[in-house]
Design a binder for this molecule. Structure first.
Ligand SMILES: [Zn+2]
Length: 440
């Protein structure tokens, strides 16, 4: 009679993981009051009644979320170890707050039919926003990850970014009856706990209070900001049909970065600079835009790999041409692959990560499969004894990953839970260029 949505051991692990979750999610305002501070939650085990209750709320919600629509109050009590009466009381309050609802009854061989619970997908919606090249994309998602509607607003460097995001969020907020309960923004740069962009070179931002400012412009909605590579990593852990909880996203675009999720937790580092790998030394001899010599970006960033190759050069290369341009392009790919593979095997050996994902703007470039293949070729011959082979793959979520990751971050910050959203993959409507469109 266990939940059939997910294997029970996975659910138990998810719950256990959450209890232990670190201090990365704390200090941010929450509309729900479910989780004021995870640091506080750690003390809740022997702390005040209120904090204990907050912890229990999160456990119950996480359990219902992980159970799909196959989860009864009895299942929740068994999985969380909470008394049945406590579970019933928490569930009643969550139904009233429209976070959870009854999903119907399931007949049992013995006794009365059990009432199944599921997340209430009709009330609390979250917006995921991505600041991309030339445009800002935003989608409104249900608690179960179903994209209800999307919009895209053109945006060039130098435009008023805050105003553009607020416009996008405003478009989504205007339609539909459901309440928007939080906004997640995936943005480039080094991002602090409070949603301040400490530094984003391409945007020329330093200590820019994006979360706070945007919240003000969006009528006080809670806004949570996450680095874009981290958003992809989160989406892969929260949403992917591949069951992973430790993953490193290699972000390649004009620059190079990484998003690191360890044991289901975003790892942000002592000063929020985790994944700032673009300027580590590869031993190459080229001078980097940062002034140092031999940075990873000098051999493996998109502009370096592509070089002066035109679209037709690239097509010829991919068709197997052997002219000088194609050989030069092949050489740049080989050089990039070697540097990336060396980095990944270092990370793999240091962190015990085997699952790497290629993300960022370059991942949709026609040359990306060639680079991915070349990196995997180098990794395949460097398997250390006793270690699983390292591999890099594309994200399973494609263009959705940033929007989903941003929304997952907002949901986690607001509700304290990481919600699996596979429904969004099958049924979601990805943002289209230029206009609001509805679906699902
Ligand atoms: Zn550099």
């Amino acid at each position: 009679m266990g939940m059939t949505g997910r294997p029970t051991h996975t659910l138990a692990a998810a719950v256990a993981r959450y209890i232990d979750c670190g201090s990365h999610y704390n200090g941010q305002r929450s509309n729900f009051g479910v989780v004021a501070s995870v640091t506080q939650l750690r003390f809740a085990q022997k702390g005040t009644k209120g904090l204990l209750r907050a912890r229990n709320d999160v456990l119950v919600l996480q359990c219902v979320a992980a159970g799909g629509d196959r989860c009864s109050r009895t299942d929740v009590a068994r999985e969380t170890g909470l008394p049945q009466a406590t579970v019933s009381e928490i569930v009643a309050e969550m139904i009233e707050r429209r976070l959870v609802r009854e999903a119907g009854r399931e007949a049992q061989r013995i006794g009365k039919p059990r009432v199944l619970l599921e997340l209430d997908s009709d009330h609390h919606h979250f917006v995921g926003v991505h600041l991309g090249r030339g445009r800002i994309r935003a989608s409104r998602l249900t608690l179960t990850g179903h994209i209800v509607e999307s919009t895209t607003v053109p945006h060039m460097l130098g435009d008023d970014t805050l105003a553009t995001i607020a416009t996008a969020v405003g478009r989504l907020a205007k339609s539909g009856d459901a309440e928007i309960s939080g906004v997640g923004v995936a943005a480039p740069g080094i991002i602090g706990d409070d949603g301040t962009i400490r530094e984003a070179v391409n945007y020329g931002w330093r200590m820019m209070p994006l979360g706070q400012e945007l919240s003000r412009r969006c009528g006080g909605l809670p806004v949570h900001v996450v680095n874009d590579a981290n958003a992809v990593a989160l989406s892969e852990v929260a949403l992917s049909t591949v069951d992973v909880d430790t993953v490193v996203v290699l972000w390649i675009g004009t620059g190079i970065g990484a998003g690191i999720v360890l044991d289901g937790r975003l790892y942000r580092g002592a000063e929020f600079r985790s994944g700032e790998i673009g300027h580590i030394d590869t031993g190459a001899s080229l001078r980097c835009r940062c002034g140092l010599i031999g940075c990873l970006e000098t051999v493996a960033a998109e502009p370096t790999i592509v070089g002066a190759a035109s679209e037709s050069d690239i097509q010829q290369f991919l068709a197997g041409a052997d002219d000088a341009d194609s050989r030069a392009l092949g050489e740049r790919i080989r050089r990039a692959a070697q540097a990336l593979a060396r980095l990944l095997s270092t990370l793999g050996g240091t962190l015990d990560v085997t699952d790497f994902i290629l993300g960022g703007p370059f991942s949709s470039h026609p040359l990306a499969p060639a680079v991915l293949g070349a990196v995997n070729d180098v990794l395949a011959v460097r398997v250390m004894s006793g270690f699983s082979p390292l591999k890099v793959r594309f994200t399973t979520l494609g263009a959705h990953s940033l929007i989903f990751g941003a929304a997952a971050h907002a949901i986690r910050q607001e509700l304290g839970v990481m919600i699996a959203m596979p429904a969004g993959l099958a049924e979601g409507v990805p943002p289209e260029e230029g206009s609001v469109d509805s679906g699902g």
